[in-house]
Design a protein around this ligand. Structure first.
Ligand code: NAP
Length: 353
């Protein structure tokens, strides 16, 4: 039976502590799997843990799948949500609609039983886990038997029929990146993508290539130019140059990219999953250029003080995971670029327990 009445549209009624906070900032949520009148209850079968968070958990658990699963289950039991206290980040889920609160039934276009992907962070999504069924250490994918609540304001996407679920999930998790790059990059500009052979990095390169056009330039910085992703970027022209460097070494990065661009980049896009890369990103941008920090492993203080310290007047954009239409933009990139779809199929499809 539905819980009575509507809750706060942003979900503050689910906050246990600290009182007065919204769900993302809260330490603990009430994740009771019974929807308020303006909530949707979902049966969850897959969590896609965001890359920065998964790397941190995997490192802490010596990359042992069982230990990672236990770690995630313990976090969710303690906090009522999958919110990594170290990285501050979450991920997203895929599940089926189990129940729709009475107040939403005639206002939503999804039906009971439909399969959806959440497009809001797990850091604000009330979640319970009955069982962790498997962990894929290579992709950060976690199969569970769980329940999640979507608030009235929580975005979600119907899963497409023409793209495998695992691929759609990998792409939807980072959909904000290509959508924002399309907005920020202009024809003829130089765009430098750092962490370019990961999910968001690859999609950002593809989006940038389209936005800057034939007169523009895309420079892809990767830790290893021999990976499948790095080769894809070079062979299909999504990047004009692929540069191998460690993004944590700011001076090495600048000297590696310097000769590959006529001038420093108009736009730098940071898509790495490790910390300590703020200054490399800032130094690759031209004076009055833009640095877009999509990475969740970005320190506001390191970026702001680092830019000041090197006297760099750049606009820094926080990687909002949401942009209008971002899911459609990201999925369409796959449909329009067969090599990219093939790559994502090779890396992310057909993994299940
Ligand atoms: P991903 O697929 O794991 O890609 C990360 C990339 O960074 C990988 O290609 C990795 O290379 C590369 N990298 C790691 N260390 C590096 C180094 N020292 N120098 C250069 N490159 C390095 O991750 P993703 O899913 O695209 O996510 C990227 C970032 O966005 C993460 O921080 C994630 O948490 C964040 N994120 C943000 C949002 C948002 O809303 N803003 C949403 C989702 C994810 P290797 O694989 O070779 O190590």
């Amino acid at each position: 039976m539905n819980a009575p009445g509507p809750g706060c549209r942003f979900g503050s009624h689910r906050v246990v502590s600290p009182a007065g906070s919204l769900p993302q900032a809260a330490w603990r949520l009430d994740s009771t799997p019974a929807p308020y009148a303006n909530e949707i209850l979902c049966a969850v079968d897959v969590l896609n843990i965001d890359s920065a968070s998964f790397k941190q958990i995997a490192d802490a658990c010596a990359h042992d799948a069982r230990a990672i699963g236990e770690h995630i289950a313990a976090t969710v039991a303690e906090r009522g949500k999958q919110h990594n206290a170290v990285t501050g980040s979450g991920g997203m889920f895929v599940g089926r609609v189990l129940d729709i609160g009475a107040g939403l039934r005639d206002r939503t276009d999804i039906a009971l039983g439909e399969r959806i992907a959440s497009l809001v962070s797990l850091t604000l999504t009330p979640l319970t886990i009955a069982e962790v069924r498997g962990v894929d250490v290579a992709t950060g994918r976690v199969w569970i038997d769980g329940r999640a609540i979507l608030f009235e304001t929580s975005a979600y996407a119907r899963l497409p029929d023409d793209i495998p679920l695992d691929v759609a999930l990998a792409v939807l998790d980072v959909a904000g990146a290509p959508a924002q790059v399309r907005r920020l990059a202009r024809a003829g500009q130089t765009v430098c993508v750092i962490g370019a052979d990961g999910k968001s990095g690859l999609l950002s390169c593809v989006a940038a290539r389209g936005a800057v056009g034939p007169r523009g330039r895309v420079v892809a910085l990767v830790p290893d130019a021999g990976t499948l992703g790095a080769r894809l970027l070079a062979e299909h022209g999504y990047a004009d140059t692929v540069v191998e460097a460690d993004a944590r070494d700011a001076l090495a990065v600048v000297s590696a990219v310097a000769g590959t661009m006529p001038a420093l980049a108009d736009l730098v896009v940071n898509c790495v999953n490790v910390g300590g890369t703020e200054l490399a990103s800032i130094l690759c941008a031209r004076d009055e250029g833009t640095v877009y920090f999509f990475s969740m492993n970005t320190s506001f203080a390191a970026a702001a003080l680092g830019a000041e310290g090197v006297g760099k007047d750049v606009t820094m954009v926080v990687g909002n995971g949401y942009a209008k239409g971002h899911a459609a933009v990201a999925l369409q990139l796959l449909r329009d670029h067969a090599p990219v779809l093939t790559y994502f199929m090779q890396r992310y499809a057909l993994r299940a327990v």
